[in-house]
Design a binder for this molecule. Structure first.
Ligand code: AHG
Ligand code: MN
Ligand code: MN
Length: 326
C-alpha cells in the first residue's frame, strides 16, 4: 500500500476525488500560502512589516506583506499548467499565463493578503481565493473571461494565518478545513461538512460607519443592541476583527452575521469589499455551509461582475438572520 494512503485526511489525498487539474491548482495555492504563512508568522523578523513604497490599482497604500503575498501567489500560479490566468487585488488588470494562457483549465482570482491593517498588530490575516473555469479554453484568456458570477466558481476558499494556519475550502462538495501541520508540512483535515447554525446572537459590523448606513441596517443593529429590552427579546454580542477572513472563520465555527453594508460615506463606492476576490469566494463557502450571502437586495452568487475590482455591499452568515435583514 502506498504509505500516503494510510492518511486519508491529508489535503492532497482528500483532493483525489476532484479532477486532476483542480487538485493541482489547489495544491499550488496551498504551497504558496504555506510560504505566506511562514512570512506572516515570522512577524517583524521577516522584514515585511510596514508600507511598501507603492499604491495598488485602487490607490490604496500597499503593505510590504501585501506585495510579498501577491508575488508568491503570482509566481506559483505562473508555474501551474492548469492555470490560464489570474487576477489579484494588487493589480489593475488580470495576467495571462505566459505558458498556459490558452490551454489552462482555470482562472484564479485572489486577495493575497486580507486584513492588511492588522499585520503589525499581530492579529489574524489571510488569503482569499476563487477558482473559475477558463470559459473559452483553446483561445488565449482575455479580461472578459474573468467576468463570471460567483455561482460559476468551481472552488473557493481562504487560508487564515492565525495562531494556526488553516485552509477552508469548498470544491462545491461542502466546506472543509485543513490545518497546516507545521512539523510535517502537510495540510490535515480538521473539520468536514461544516455547517453554519441558522440562528445566532452574534453580529459583526464596523459601527464607526453607523451614521452612513441605510435604514434597514440601522434598524437591524439597533434591535440587536436593544437586546432583551427590545423586540428581539434576547441579548446579542458584537465582534469586529477588521479581517474578513477571521470574521468568516468565526461564523463557520459558531455562527453569526458579518456586514459591510452599503453606506453613503463615499457615494461613488457602493460598498467597501470587492466582489470578485472577497465577496464571491465567501458567498460560495456560505452557500455550501447552509448559510447565505447577499448585498441586501441581491444574492451575491448571482451578480455578474462589470469590472475586476467592483465593490459590493456584503451581508453574510446564519440563514435566519440574513432572511430577517433582507
Ligand atoms: P484588505 O486588507 O484586503 O484591503 O481588506 C480589508 C477589508 C476586510 O478584510 C475587512 O473586513 C475590512 O476591510 C475592514 O474595514 P475597516 O477598516 O473599515 O473596518
Ligand atoms: Mn481584503
Ligand atoms: Mn488585501
Amino acid at each position: 500500500m502506498n504509505p500516503a494512503h494510510a492518511q486519508p485526511h491529508r489535503l492532497d489525498i482528500w483532493l483525489e476525488e476532484q479532477p486532476k487539474a483542480l487538485r493541482h491548482v489547489v495544491m499550488t495555492i496551498a504551497g504558496a500560502c504555506e510560504r505566506i504563512g511562514e512570512a506572516a508568522g515570522q512577524g517583524a523578523l521577516a522584514g515585511l512589516h510596514g508600507l511598501a513604497e507603492s499604491d495598488n490599482s485602487q490607490g490604496e497604500a500597499q503593505k510590504k506583506l501585501d506585495v510579498f503575498a501577491d508575488e508568491v501567489l503570482s509566481q506559483a500560479l505562473a508555474g501551474c499548467p492548469h492555470v490560464a490566468g489570474w487576477a489579484s487585488e494588487e493589480h489593475p488588470d488580470p495576467t495571462r499565463s505566459e505558458d498556459f494562457g490558452v490551454h489552462g483549465d482555470y482562472l484564479v482570482v485572489f486577495d493575497p493578503l486580507d486584513g492588511s491593517s492588522n499585520i503589525e498588530a499581530n492579529i489574524s490575516v489571510g488569503t482569499i481565493f476563487s477558482i473559475l473555469p477558463h470559459p473559452f479554453r483553446g483561445t488565449p484568456v482575455g479580461d472578459a473571461g474573468f467576468m463570471q458570477p460567483a455561482k460559476q466558481q468551481v472552488a473557493a476558499g481562504y487560508v487564515l494565518y492565525g495562531p494556526s494556519t488553516v485552509m477552508v475550502l469548498t470544491c462545491r462538495n461542502g466546506v472543509q478545513a485543513f490545518t497546516l501541520d507545521r512539523r510535517s508540512g502537510h495540510w490535515l483535515l480538521t473539520r468536514s461538512a461544516i455547517q453554519v447554525p441558522a440562528t445566532t446572537r452574534e453580529f459583526a459590523i464596523n459601527t464607526s460607519n453607523q451614521r452612513f448606513w441605510d435604514k434597514p441596517v440601522q434598524r437591524y443593529v439597533a434591535e440587536c443592541v436593544a437586546g432583551e429590552t427590545g423586540p428581539r427579546r434576547q441579548d446579542f454580542n458584537m465582534r469586529w476583527v477588521a479581517s474578513m477572513v477571521a470574521e468568516v472563520h468565526r461564523i463557520l465555527t459558531r455562527g453569526g452575521v458579518f456586514m459591510y453594508p452599503r453606506d453613503n460615506k463615499e457615494p461613488r463606492k457602493p460598498g467597501r469589499l470587492r466582489l470578485m476576490y472577497e465577496a464571491a469566494p465567501m458567498a460560495l463557502l456560505m452557500q455550501q455551509a447552509g448559510a447565505r450571502a447577499v448585498t441586501g437586495t441581491q444574492e451575491l452568487l448571482e451578480i455578474v461582475p462589470d469590472t475586476l475590482h467592483q465593490r459590493v455591499p456584503v451581508i453574510l452568515g446564519s440563514a435566519d438572520e440574513i432572511a430577517r435583514i433582507v
